[in-house]
Ligand binder design. Structure first.
Ligand SMILES: [Mn+2]
Length: 285
């Protein structure tokens, strides 16, 4: 679905599906080419011959089920058990696309297990979160001087085969643009097109300095933005804004947003893995 110009000229995209979010000076993050099959290819493949020999194309409903669902998962933070439980709950099939909003790793008990599981999935995609970005930074600049206390456990978990994990994370873009929906880790700065967003904002934006308001209160774009990063006790489900970080690692829940039916599915955290240092929903996490 092509998008028209939104207010303040936001989020004009000529691509059906686009990915991106490069920050100049951040060459370690490469964009990958659009690898989501376009609907036309799918239709051709899924067309079946009828008894009269004519090609019969699937109906819209059949097409959606053939193409599979788009399952967008909130911040996992190494909560392997909940990650697996959520995928089980969703009855993930091979043709479903599973998309992480980023922050698959850090703070939780098993960053390695979560990453390995994602790497094995045929239709997995991720957008980069601030924690992945920091690990990619460690790889470039050395971790010693910059490492955060809670990174040490994840570092240890990822030590064996570290480079392979980093190569996997390096392939994640700053955003995924599906036309009617955009997936991003943290936020979009109002008044800028998708292409103009910085990786810093895409992975970390919470509050606008000028107004002290959350970025999404100023969002006037046409696309529905699905994002994580900002833990809250309940997901936010609005027409144009879907927030799905429900603080699993803090003892909350792991939440997925399922398209095309716009359904929220979540599983409870088995325990508090990481102590919450701020009230729910407050900035500066
Ligand atoms: Mn985050």
């Amino acid at each position: 679905m092509g998008r028209t110009k939104g207010q303040a000229g936001q989020f004009i995209s000529s691509h059906r599906i686009g990915i991106g979010g490069q920050l100049s000076g951040f060459p370690s993050l490469r964009t990958i080419g659009s690898s989501v099959s376009g609907p036309s290819l799918r239709h051709e493949r899924d067309a079946a011959r009828t008894s009269t020999g004519r090609l019969r194309f699937p109906s819209k409903t059949e097409r959606l089920s053939a193409v599979g669902r788009r399952v967008i998962v909130g911040d996992v933070h190494g909560c392997y058990r909940e990650w697996k439980a959520l995928l089980r709950e969703l009855r993930i099939r091979p043709d479903d696309e599973v998309i992480s909003v980023g922050d698959l790793i850090c703070k939780g008990p098993d960053s390695r297990g979560v990453l390995e599981s994602a790497m094995e999935m045929p239709n997995f995609r991720g957008v980069v979160g601030n924690h992945e970005l920091r690990f990619l930074g460690y790889r470039r600049n050395g971790a010693e001087r910059f490492i955060k206390p809670y990174d040490e456990a994840a570092m240890e978990q990822l030590r064996d085969g570290f480079e392979e994990f980093m190569l996997f994370l390096e392939g994640w873009p700053g955003y995924l643009d599906y036309g009617a929906e955009v997936v991003v880790h943290a936020g979009l700065r109002p008044g800028r097109s998708l292409e103009e967003q910085t990786l810093e904002d895409l992975t970390s934006l919470k509050v606008l300095e000028e107004t002290g308001q959350p970025w999404y209160e100023q969002y006037r774009g046409e696309a529905t933005v699905i994002f994580g990063h900002w833990p809250r006790p309940e997901p936010m489900l609005e027409e144009k804004l879907v927030a799905i970080d429900t603080g699993c690692v803090l003892g909350g829940r792991l939440t997925a947003f399922v398209l095309p039916d716009r359904r929220l599915v979540s599983v409870p955290a088995a325990k508090v893995y990481h102590q919450r240092t701020r009230p729910w929903g407050k900035a500066l996490a």
